[in-house]
Ligand binder design. Sequence first.
Ligand SMILES: Nc1nc2c(ncn2[C@@H]2O[C@H](COP(=O)(O)OP(=O)(O)OP(=O)(O)O)[C@@H](O)[C@H]2O)c(=O)[nH]1
Length: 312
Amino acid sequence: MTDDHQTGQKPWQNRLLGGFRRTSDRLSENLTGLFTKATLDSETLDEIEEALIASDLGPGTAARIRERLAGERFERGLDEAGVRQVVADEIARILAPVAEPLEIDAFPRPQVILVIGVNGSGKTTTIAKLARRFIEQDYGVMLVAGDTFRAAAIGQLKVWAERLGVPIISGKEGGDAASLVFEGVKQGVATGIDVLIVDTAGRLQNKAGLMDELGKIRRVLGRLNPEAPHDVVLVLDATTGQNAMSQIEVFKEVAGVTGLVMTKLDGTARGGILVAAAEKYGLPIHAIGVGEGMDDLRPFDPHEAAAAIAGA
Ligand SMILES: Nc1nc2c(ncn2[C@@H]2O[C@H](COP(=O)(O)OP(=O)(O)OP(=O)(O)O)[C@@H](O)[C@H]2O)c(=O)[nH]1
């Protein structure tokens, strides 16, 4: 990996900060013009609170930051840097407890990770990235092409499996996902696999169908190992902003989410939604996606994210 000559930062850091920087640009834009007064009167505090809400941070966080700013005595008078620091501190306080990498610690093996999310969220790519990470950690990985609704999804996962050099269990379009998962666990046990990563269908528009399907996968898994699935990872596209919140709501209900991966933080991202999600749901954030390649999955660093979001 080469350094970027202009910034001295590695490309992925640029991509990450690029995404978050857009968020802070929004925040920055929204905050512009609010620092004309010498003190923070309640009108200015209201405006800052609105700016924070408009930046996707969520109303609870915005209200808390407002409260902290109201109680703050700025040493050198009211300045933008001081406000941003307070914002960054508050965001870091919310994000720190949810930063939690996905660990492989299930016994007996394999650890079964169901990956869920709407089509296009980056689910398949995230599976490849997770697999890559686990392979690097010397775990034996197997994939299951459980999104049987679209031939393209099966084909895409097969391509990733080949590139990664890992076995994959797949069937025909329209096939039964639960029986593929069953086969995956059986083969995983027989061949000493550590991690079974299962792709699933993401038809959010058909909630009952989705619930049936995920429920069936759960039942089949439970019969083989009552602890499985060990993880149910929801993949969210950060560029969808507030929409990500309703996806968490629905998938929590139909699938029992245990953690999140937020993708596309390198794109036209709105990282503020991470804060809103952390505040409202407190679900672990396992990693973030910062590009389309296998190596573009990064551990979630709450302090780096907070500083970038607040532009501090
Ligand atoms: N820029 C960027 N693109 C990403 C990231 N993750 C995924 N993508 C792209 O987003 C698109 C959708 O990703 P997929 O992995 O195919 O998403 P999916 O949720 O499996 O969607 P379906 O295949 O439609 O079910 C692809 O073009 C990916 O290359 C990311 O972190 N950053």
